[in-house]
Design a protein around this ligand. Sequence first.
Ligand SMILES: Nc1ncnc2c1ncn2[C@@H]1O[C@H](COP(=O)(O)OS(=O)(=O)O)[C@@H](OP(=O)(O)O)[C@H]1O
Length: 313
Amino acid sequence: MASFKEIISTLPRRKGWTDSNNDLFLYQGFWCYSFFIEGVMSAQQNFQSQPSDIVICSAPKTGTTWLKSLTFAIVTRTTFDDSTSPLLANLSHDCVPFLEVDLAQSSTNRDPKNPLLATHVPYSSLPRSIIDSSCKIVYICRNPKDSFVSFYHFIARLSASKDMKPVALEEAFELYCQGVSNYGPYWDHVLGFWKASLDRPDKILFLKYEEMIEDTILYVKKLADFIGYPFSSEEIKKGSIDKIVSMCSFENLSNLEVNKSGKHREGTPGVIENKIYFRKGKVGDWENYLTPEMAAQLDSITLQKLNGSGLTL
Ligand SMILES: Nc1ncnc2c1ncn2[C@@H]1O[C@H](COP(=O)(O)OS(=O)(=O)O)[C@@H](OP(=O)(O)O)[C@H]1O
């Protein structure tokens, strides 16, 4: 049987967002770096979901780090509080295993007390057992203009720490518009989960970054209800939701020592500084980077792609 590497070498490929030899490959309709595709293939073969699992799904740069923190804080709130939480000493990516990296080989090396896992895999490529089991999926999406700008800065900051050069913003923008971004096309990613959430509202909670920024308390409550960890009225009276919201706020997390000077290993290409997961955490920062023409181009792609879906971004 052909190895994963052999299969990947036959896939369509495009230059990635840096000058280094790091192509994106088209696997099952989405673009991805080869390291992650190997993990996805392996997880598709090996991963066995449990009914108690809570799977945090997202395209990159849409609020994953934040959603992982909030969900972890909700699930662990009877064990830890806002002065003892592991989130104060660890990046949330190190509190929630990443399917295509940490769980790709086997689903048995999990902490039985932690029902959370996360993935960037599109809905249609998730391991079958995640779709078929009664586990819950929580998905977050974000406006494509902010998501692109966030992505570009992440690659630029990652490149700076690794002696690579990012492509120019205009070139990355063209690739993004063509759908060529890690786990892209972005719109297909969002639509996959959107349609599935309409078909299976009890299984998939569909969240928007902008709405969560607008009313975080409301969405933390909804999230807790959905994943089966509802806040009691006693907890609400004691301000438990507010404490989680402020512990997981951009201001708090980005100022923790671990997130200012710590490092995190996402597998490839090696160590990543935690601080690059925190940039501004704002809605509408695209205005500072995109020309009106670029913004109009992305808006028009978004309108066209989402046409008839009932979803707006
Ligand atoms: N706590 C909190 N609250 C609000 N926003 C936050 C938070 N933590 C990270 N961020 C912002 O999320 C953006 C990074 O996206 P992801 O976390 O999805 O990145 S990743 O896919 O996990 O690599 C990136 O957005 P930009 O600032 O626009 O680049 C981060 O700053």
